[in-house]
Design a protein around this ligand. Structure first.
Ligand code: COA
Length: 336
């Protein structure tokens, strides 16, 4: 019998990040021409001005994921063939078999890297980041490509004003690799779910998927259903609890964090955490006005934009946080 080697003590670094946002735009005024809503109402209640959406003839989850990861590899100066694993987080995979990850691995030349998709809705990128960090830290993988991507416009019923105003399409990616310093990488992480709350945010495929109280009439199967008020209550609480819990666990004050990289779901949810927890506003990145909520794409897109714009103070840890359908919530304190 071969005795397993002792645990590896090493850290993790982000070698590169990338993102992909479609050029197509959907403004609040465009939506006001489709349903009974207005630019003023949407901006006031959500902070969103417009969102980017795919051209369905040429773009989708596959293209966005592949290009985001390609850009992350380019930024890192690495070949796809050097990856041990690719994880794609999405709720809008174009096919369940093969996975999006396997297809982009094939297209980018990462074979025979392990490749699989995970589904944690808007927490997807953070779940992937936490998983990848753990695998690299343990020595099971040396270099992992992660992608968070959602093609939300493919699952939105544009007659449903409660959902259609919120979501946009995007992908964010990162390449994680081993480093000798064990203090680098994820120094605290949480991943949670409470499946009892699923009817607040779900995508019914068949009649039998419908939650109690939802009926076939007026519901488009294959499209997102959301109880906005329920999700809002859940989100405000979990968002704040996740941030305060992460600060406490990592023994950090709000000012000792260099940047807050938050899921973009509603500006009011972000602002309430800033106010309640006394977070330094200038360190909390916001891009929801331009992209809306891009689900699994959101946190990775923020991470890439912040790195590219030089907005991350790498002398201090960053705090990443998200919540989403499931219901799920997740956090990560990342030491650069
Ligand atoms: N345009 C105009 N009016 C709208 C509207 C729209 N797009 N959507 C709802 N309304 C109306 C409602 O019908 C309601 O009218 P009433 O008072 O006559 O009944 C009124 O506006 C208030 O609706 P309410 O649902 O209470 O609004 P809200 O302030 O909660 O904002 C959301 C709605 C969806 C923006 C908000 O609940 C939200 O952001 N929830 C969280 C969603 C989320 O984050 N989802 C993703 C999680 S990852």
């Amino acid at each position: 019998m071969k005795i397993p080697p002792p645990p590896v003590h090493r850290g993790v670094r982000i070698a590169g990040t990338g993102s992909y946002v479609p050029e197509g735009l959907l403004t609040n005024d465009d939506l006001a021409r489709m349903v009974d809503t207005s630019d003023e109402w949407i901006q006031q209640r959500t902070g969103i001005r417009r969102r980017h959406i795919c051209d369905p003839t040429t773009e989708g989850t596959l293209v966005m994921s592949r290009e985001a990861l390609r850009r992350a590899l380019d930024q890192a100066g690495l070949e796809a063939s050097s990856l041990d694993m690719i994880i794609v987080a999405t709720v809008t995979m174009e096919m369940t078999c093969p996975s999006t990850a396997a297809r982009i691995a094939g297209e980018l030349g990462a074979t025979p890297a392990a490749a699989f998709d995970i589904t944690a809705a808007c927490c997807g990128f953070l779940y992937a980041l936490n998983l990848a960090d753990t695998l690299v830290r343990s020595g099971r993988a040396d270099r992992v490509g992660i992608v968070g991507c959602d093609w939300m416009s493919s699952i939105i019923d544009y007659d449903d004003r409660s959902c259609s105003i919120l979501f946009g399409d995007a992908a964010g990616a990162a390449v994680l690799e081993a480093t000798d310093d064990p203090s680098k990488g994820c120094i605290h992480q949480t991943m949670h779910a409470d499946g009892r709350g699923w009817p607040a945010l779900y995508i019914p495929r068949r009649d039998r998927d419908l939650a109690d109280g939802d009926t076939v009439e007026g519901i488009r199967l294959g499209c997102l259903r959301m109880n906005g008020r329920e999700v809002y209550k859940f989100a405000v609480n979990q968002f704040q609890n996740s941030i305060s819990g992460a600060l406490e666990a990592a023994e950090l004050t709000p000012d000792e964090v260099g940047s807050y990289i938050c899921h973009q779901s509603n500006l009011r949810i972000i602002e309430s955490a800033v106010e309640k927890l006394g977070l330094p506003r200038e360190k909390v990145y916001v891009n929801i006005d331009e992209y809306g909520n891009s689900s699994a794409g959101s946190v990775g897109l923020c991470l890439d934009q912040m790195r590219t714009k030089g907005l991350i103070d790498e002398s201090k840890p960053s705090l990443l946080v998200a919540f989403g359908g499931g219901m799920t919530w997740s956090s990560c304190v990342w030491n650069w």
